[in-house]
Design a protein around this ligand. Structure first.
Ligand SMILES: [Zn+2]
Length: 685
């Protein structure tokens, strides 16, 4: 949901006319399209709105405008309209068409995305078609998306889906490099919006003829007339007043609502499923159109925090689209502190989301601040002093350390350019050192975290988020093994996927499929160790600690320490989990006095015979935006399979590569990194 951004940006445009651009520039980098990697698997620097050449150079942008689409007041409606408008305003270039705009970006060596709003509608975008495609409230009025004229378009309406496809085709026709689908969750938002409507005063969605008619059909197909009568008290499905029935419980939270009326669970499934099918259909149509035109089609989607937030117990799912997408380009928030727009470090780590997005799509994610946080940076007078430079740099370093990227959200001129200079240093660094990132890199850890997507994650995704965070903070590298639910996403879990790990931690075993349960059992039977909560789900005794199973062990934690840690950040939970993990596996890497503030992200790169360790410092002072630098960071790591001949460090925070002294004793390599400000990369070869 980029919905909050619009109003701010309009102000920016107005002021921009008066202030103009004209700031210093630095060298530029062009994306390469060579090698085996697709462009989005290579190191890229994304910005949110297309920038003119001097800013592109300042921030080393390679992909110009994740959110180039839609700009309301000008009555322009193309997937490039907004980026094109802003870029043109500052560059002085005029463009006769989207194709022209994209081609000028290409001439500068830039990739150029187009954006399609898949749920939000506006009169300036769709004209009178708004009436036709908008969903309706229970009273039959146009359903609202926001208070700025945004309308909630209905993904059950085939006409709307056709419109979305046509917008996507415009991107392909103009030779755009990436299709960004915003608000892909579509009618998955409906029940949550219905509940929110009482607080926000927004007119709810979910009652148009396509919603009600579609639901009627869904019920008729799923249940016999007698079942409908018995289960839901529906006597004649053809004439039954479904609208009043659904509207009756709208003010309740999800759990209370499905308890009050069992029909609601079906209504939610219907909305979710139809939206899922509609959006997958959009992507398939666009891919086949691109193929018929002999063009590449790369699709990413914004799915807020990967669908992990659960406000009002509502679960607006996001990961269900991962098979259909090339990657996620998503706004994130640290959900346990969702009331804080800019949560503090060291707690505010995004590593768990980033690793999950990568595991779900098998591709590098692009993460960005949520629109509200971005807006607060614009509006907060304190931040007008520029004190957010390092804050953003820490996010940026983390994203690249985890294999993703952090989008630059500089918009001229309200958002002062220097706020993004911490990121700019990192952007420059990663592009100059792309050979460290663009080779096969394995986490090579004996610890796996198994994320089994499905209904159980409704309650347990926070367990994953807490476990992922505490492992990272303890410098226990881990891989995320992702598997689908067999409904939205394919089930592909095999014993081979687990056998490489000595220990797997499974944040959720509730409602997993029988095939998944079987693989887990086989893994343990063969000697593996699985740490789980909810033992009854696996037929285990509800007793804390080890339970032998075949040659292996199930370790039962009755308390959900991952969930507790995520919600409290109480270090006791972290230590308790780590104690269990440490009792089974040796540490790959240790950092003296890391205190949850220094995190190592090590990768083994077999082709290069080297280990690359990304170090991120999260010791950031929020009020003054300064980093507490770490001097003499003492690191011990397991000796790699090759003979170590050199250890060196490169960093955006100091100019030249430095050779480090190192000692190999038995299986351990020790060295000391002299300085860690925000981000260092150590190369052991
Ligand atoms: Zn509708």
């Amino acid at each position: 949901m980029f919905q909050k951004k619009k109003s701010v940006v309009i102000v920016v445009v107005m002021i921009g006319l008066l202030v103009g651009s004209g700031l210093g520039t630095v060298g530029s980098f062009s994306p390469t399209k060579s090698g085996d990697l697709k462009w989005f698997e290579q190191i890229q620097v994304y910005d949110m709105l297309a920038l003119p050449p001097n800013d592109v150079r300042r921030y080393y942008v390679t992909v110009n405008g994740l959110w180039n689409g839609f700009y309301s007041p000008e009555n322009i409606s193309s997937p490039f309209a907004f980026g094109r408008y802003l870029e043109s305003l500052y560059s002085g270039q005029t463009y006769s068409s989207d194709e022209d705009f994209v081609s000028v970006q290409h001439e500068q060596g830039l990739l150029c995305p187009g954006t399609v709003l898949t749920t939000q509608g506006h009169r300036s975008l769709q004209g009178d078609l708004v009436e036709q495609y908008a969903c309706r409230s229970a009273e039959g009025e146009l359903a609202q998306w926001d208070f700025e004229g945004g309308v909630f378009m209905c993904s059950n309406n085939p006409g709307w889906i056709e419109w979305v496809i046509e917008q996507g085709k415009k991107i392909i026709d103009a030779d755009g490099d990436l299709i960004v689908l915003d608000e892909i969750q579509g009618n998955g938002f409906v029940v949550w919006f219905q509940w929110l409507s009482q607080y926000l005063g927004l007119r709810e969605s979910g009652f148009c003829q396509y919603c009600i008619g579609g639901f009627r059909e869904y019920l008729s197909e799923k249940y016999s007339p007698s079942e409908l009568l018995e289960l839901f008290g529906i006597d004649d499905i053809d004439s039954y007043d479904l609208t009043s029935r659904i509207a009756e419980t709208m003010s309740l939270k999800y759990t209370e609502r499905v308890a009050a009326d069992p029909l609601i669970e079906d209504y939610v499934s219907f909305q979710e499923w139809d939206n899922y099918e509609a959006k997958v259909h959009v992507i398939e149509e666009l891919r086949s159109y691109a193929a018929s035109e002999g063009k590449e089609c790369v699709v990413c989607a914004n799915s807020f925090a990967l669908g992990t937030p659960r406000t009002g117990d509502f679960w607006v799912k996001g990961l269900q689209f991962s098979e259909a997408l090339d990657f996620f380009c998503f706004e994130n928030e640290y959900g346990a502190e969702s009331d804080v727009l800019l949560p503090r470090f060291p707690r505010n780590k995004w590593v768990a989301w980033e690793k999950l997005a990568a595991a779900a799509t098998n591709s590098n994610p692009v993460v960005l601040l949520k629109a509200g946080a971005m807006q607060s940076i614009w509006e907060n007078p304190f931040f007008l002093l520029g004190k957010v430079n390092n804050y953003l740099a820490v996010h940026c370093a983390e994203a690249y350390a985890v294999g993703g990227s952090f989008a630059n959200w500089y918009v001229k001129p309200l958002d002062r350019w220097w706020k993004w200079m911490g990121c700019a240093r990192i952007y420059r660094f990663v592009l100059e050192h792309r050979e460290l990132y663009e080779v096969e890199s394995v986490v090579d850890s004996s610890v796996g975290v198994v994320y089994l997507y499905g209904e159980g994650m409704r309650e347990n995704s926070d367990s994953y988020l807490g476990l992922g965070q505490l492992l990272s903070e303890s410098n226990i590298p881990y891989e995320v093994v992702f598997d689908g639910d067999g409904i939205f996403l394919e089930e592909t879990l095999t014993l081979d996927m687990l056998n490489g790990f000595e220990v797997v931690i499974v944040p959720n075993v509730v409602d997993i499929t029988s095939a998944q349960e079987m693989v887990l059992n086989e893994y343990v039977q063969g000697g593996g160790i699985a740490i789980v909560n909810d033992p009854e789900e696996l037929g285990l005794d509800p007793v804390e600690g080890e339970q032998s199973y075949g040659d292996g062990v199930f370790y039962v934690m009755l308390e959900d320490k991952g969930w507790e840690y995520y919600h409290s950040y109480n270090d006791v939970y972290r230590q308790e989990v780590v104690e269990v993990v440490d009792s089974y596996v040796e540490r790959m890497i240790t950092i003296e006095n890391s205190n949850r503030k220094v995190v190592a992200y090590p990768y083994y790169q077999p082709e290069e015979e080297r280990v690359v360790v990304h170090l991120v410092n999260y010791d950031h002072h929020f009020l003054f935006d300064f980093m507490r630098p770490k001097f003499s960071v003492k690191i011990k790591m397991q000796k790699p399979v090759f003979d170590v001949s050199s250890v060196s460090v490169v960093s955006p925070d100091f100019p030249n590569s430095r050779e480090l002294e190192f000692v190999v004793e038995g299986d351990v390599v020790s060295f000391t990194v002299p300085l860690l400000r925000v981000y260092d990369v150590v190369i052991v070869e």
